[in-house]
Ligand binder design. Structure first.
Ligand code: ADP
Length: 285
């Protein structure tokens, strides 16, 4: 690790080094040198470009100039299953002091930032440790149908998480998805994995986004996920709505947007999420 820090130009002495708890996927460390403080992740079990894709997502968010993300100093791309490393800026803050209003304002601005005409993305990403294949679509509902719900259905069949009734209900919903999901909502850059653990408070409570799984799509998809597991203050939603209001039909389709994330959890963690998936499917089929 010290060698890597030297390579990126920090030759000063390491003063402090400790593990950071909390990540499901990677080993995480806090490293303080005389010059700087770093957050470093390592992993040897993930695909070779795992950290490169994380860095690309952070960079896309940074480019919008709307919300903070940690600076990325270095990432490895594995050539031979060796351990890879991501070196980032350490964000020192206390979430109890977080500025929820600013989080709402900044995220709304990110969603309003200029984006290309199409939905999806041109590179794969990861949701948890699942690969999320992507491509560009002219229709958002088609992207959501084919690249999100259909792929989780297929993975569920492979992983035995799709008993017959669940499978046929999900197929029915996928078939009639365009009754619910808009074809051409505004194209927004989305973080794509925005649960409560993927935002941090920096100095003076300033919000930062981490661990993105970006895509271009309907902002309601992002907000629906923030509501699934909680972790966002009321002030966040108030400020967000004041800048980029959600559509009138948001409450009607919110469960369909949450369904993708529940299917991901079902396919990663198992039947504990089956009941929540079935309740949504029962509502629409
Ligand atoms: P994983 O990629 O394994 O899910 P995380 O990125 O979620 O790991 O990070 C693990 C822990 O480190 C979390 O508690 C998170 O809040 C914290 N963390 C993540 N990035 C930073 C950072 N740049 N500075 C300080 N703490 C961070």
């Amino acid at each position: 690790m010290q060698e890597k820090l030297r390579q990126i130009g920090d030759k000063s002495e390491v003063k402090e080094f400790r593990s950071v708890a909390g990540g499901d996927i990677n080993n995480a460390y806090y490293v303080k040198t005389e010059k700087n403080k770093y957050f470093i992740k390592t992993n040897e079990k993930v695909p070779s470009d795992f950290f490169q894709l994380e860095a690309k997502g952070l960079e896309a968010i940074r480019q919008t100039n709307t919300i903070n993300v940690p600076k990325v100093y270095h990432y490895d791309i594995a050539t031979n299953n060796e351990e890879i490393m991501l070196i980032m800026e350490w964000i020192a803050g206390d979430k109890r002091q977080a500025n929820g209003n600013l989080l709402g304002e900044n995220l709304a601005s990110m969603h309003l930032a200029e984006a290309g005409p199409q939905y999806g993305l041109d590179i794969p990403t990861f949701v948890g440790d699942l690969v999320q294949e992507n491509s560009w679509y002219d229709s958002w509902v088609e992207y959501y149908q084919k690249q999100r719900l259909q792929t989780q259905l297929e993975l569920g069949i492979q992983r035995d998480s799709m008993p017959q009734m669940r499978r046929s209900r999900l197929e029915t919903l996928i078939d009639k998805l365009d009754n619910y999901i808009p074809k051409r909502p505004k194209v927004s850059l989305l973080h794509g994995d925005l649960w409560g653990g993927n935002w941090l408070a920096g100095p003076r409570g300033i919000p930062y986004l981490i661990d993105p799984s970006i895509l271009y799509g309907d902002h309601a998809f992002e907000i629906a996920f923030t509501e699934l597991f909680g972790g966002f203050p009321t002030s966040f939603y108030q400020s967000y709505q004041a800048i980029f209001p959600l559509p009138d039909y948001y409450e009607d389709i919110k469960p369909i947007y949450q369904l993708f994330y529940l299917l991901v959890h079902l396919n990663i963690f198992g039947e504990g999420y089956g009941g929540a998936v079935d309740r949504i499917l029962n509502q629409y089929t």
